[in-house]
Design a protein. Structure first.
Length: 134
């Protein structure tokens, strides 16, 4: 007679043959609950101690705290666009006016529009073929 699947020790079907230990799970849960309660009570006691020993008056500020010290450059901008606007105005004034670059050598500055027109008429300076030979 052949053994049935349920009676065989080498059956392909495996399952847990015993139940979970309910008393162990309950003891673990109760232990965790008690630990949480103990920690909460201890925290309450510690914070109550902090409140008892906290200073009741606010200390006066240092006399150096009222002195205004300007930090070294570069500083943050106070008026966001105003600095950029002034910079662009000064650059535009240089680009669109006449002025000396170097009086000793006779170098002058002309407005950018006029410089473009002169450059378009005369062209860029180039080197001759003889100057480019090594």
């Amino acid at each position: 007679m052949e053994p049935s699947v349920e009676q065989s020790d080498h059956s392909p079907v495996h399952h847990e043959r015993r139940d979970a230990n309910i008393s162990g799970v309950l003891v673990l849960g109760l232990g965790l609950f008690l630990m949480i309660v103990v920690v909460l009570v201890a925290m309450r006691w510690v914070f109550a101690g902090f409140l008892v020993h906290a200073p009741t008056t606010i200390p006066s500020p240092s006399p150096l705290a009222t002195e205004r010290v300007i930090p070294p450059a570069p500083r943050l901008e106070i008026a966001n666009g105003e600095d950029l606007k002034q910079l662009r105005q000064s650059e535009d004034a240089v680009l669109n006016s006449y002025g000396w670059v170097d009086r000793e050598t006779g170098q002058v500055r002309i407005p950018i529009g006029q410089a473009i027109d002169v450059l378009a008429q005369k062209g860029l300076p180039t080197r001759s073929a003889e100057e480019t030979k090594p």
